[in-house]
Design a protein around this ligand. Structure first.
Ligand code: LLH
Ligand code: MG
Length: 378
């Protein structure tokens, strides 16, 4: 089998989510937005799909790296794209490589008639999820006060979640960040949900060491499960400093460049207690499963960053190293369970006990609405 082409469909949809000036998502007025579907095409008529992908990057960089290759040579293709990043620094991001890698895993699953987690070597078919909130806002009835976080946490527990993660207030909100407000929100949630729910905090990501230490010590008193990315991850020494002093597990790196190589260095330096990474941060399923095995070898947990089918299939194949699936980002004004128009079903349905179930369909198991995409194509 040979890859003969890669194409990207760009299409429109109506969105009720907006990004603020710093890139954080929030609910907003309905407006027209665009999405893409990347498709890897073979000479045997089998295709692999992944949502996302920049049409120009796929056409001008990726195409020449993959056309003519056997699509089952995922490692070879991943290594080549990783090396090509050296020259194509601005275009070929880890996110673009992740899209190609996930489309190749999808294709392999469709060939073998097996879901991706079983190709990887399955461990389980469902994973407990935590409700991961959007960042704080100033919307009445939204996430504008510590009490509002408490209300939303209660709502999520009633929905079945056994764990909750807060993203608190960040710029461009004028008064944010504020360590005391973050702690107040964390306290309001703990008081509301009681002691049996696991709680985590992912706050502003650029606190200084002493602010991060203050928050961490307060979270210890509130029996939080972890503190995530409270400082700039480029300063590994700051994370070594923080991890040494706190009892609460410090989770990272999430957004730091460098794929599994960076995670190996963090492990060596004891810069965090729990390693982090998702398909988008690392460049696909191929490096994410390597990172999971790396962590297991050091007896460390790895908590997967972000949702979506790629992360879910890896979590179902990575044994005990990862506790939770990150479901979200959630907000009182957003109906996360409603599929977007390009899908017939969401890829991460939640049951009443707080578990997300992985698809048993071939590949990534996405229920793609090809008619909608064709109709809305730009
Ligand atoms: O800052 C944000 O908008 C969030 O932290 C976001 O990056 C989220 O994806 C995250 O970190 N989840 O764990
Ligand atoms: Mg995070």
């Amino acid at each position: 089998m040979e890859i003969i082409d890669i194409s990207v469909d760009r299409f429109t949809y109506l969105s009720n989510q907006v990004s603020d000036s710093e890139g954080h998502g929030h609910p907003g007025e309905e407006h027209e937005a665009t999405q893409t579907l990347t498709r890897i095409i073979t000479d045997e008529g089998i295709e692999g799909y992944c949502f996302g992908g920049n049409p120009r990057v796929m056409e001008h960089i990726v195409k020449s790296a993959i056309v003519g290759e056997d699509p089952l040579y995922r490692e070879k293709i991943w290594q080549r794209l990783n090396q090509w990043q050296r020259i194509h620094k601005s275009g070929l991001s880890d996110q673009e490589i992740a899209v190609v890698d996930m489309a190749l895993w999808d294709l392999a699953g469709r060939c073998a008639n097996q879901p991706v987690h079983k190709l990887l070597g399955a461990f389980r078919d469902k994973v407990p999820a935590y409700a991961s909130s959007m960042c704080g806002d100033e919307l009445e009835g939204g996430l504008n006060t510590p009490e509002a976080y408490g209300d939303f946490a209660q709502m999520n527990c009633e929905r079945g979640y056994k764990a909750i993660k807060l993203h608190t207030w960040m710029p461009p909100i004028e008064w944010a960040p504020d360590p005391k407000m973050d702690v107040a929100a964390c306290r309001a949630v703990r008081e509301r949900v009681g002691d049996d729910i696991d709680l985590m905090l992912d706050s502003y990501h650029f606190y200084d060491r002493h602010e991060a230490l203050f928050i961490g010590r307060e979270l210890e008193k509130l029996n939080y499960l972890w503190i995530e990315e409270p400082m700039d991850e480029q300063s590994v020494s700051s994370y070594v400093w923080l991890t040494e002093q706190l009892d609460i597990p410090v989770v990272g790196p999430e957004t730091a460049e460098g794929k599994h190589f960076t995670r190996a260095e963090w492990i060596k330096r004891n810069a965090s207690d729990i390693i982090r990474g998702g398909v988008g941060d690392l460049g696909g399923i191929t490096p994410l499963i390597k990172t999971a095995h790396l962590c297991e070898s050091f007896g460390m947990r790895m908590e997967v960053h972000g949702g979506g089918p790629g992360n879910l299939h890896v979590l179902c194949a990575m044994g005990i190293a990862g506790l939770y699936y990150e479901r979200g980002l959630l907000h009182p004004f957003i109906d996360y369970d409603k599929p977007p128009p390009w899908l017939h079903e969401i890829p991460d349905p939640l049951d009443s006990n707080g578990f997300v179930h992985v698809s048993q369909d071939p590949g990534l198991g996405l229920k793609i609405n090809f008619d909608y995409i064709k109709k809305s194509k730009i």
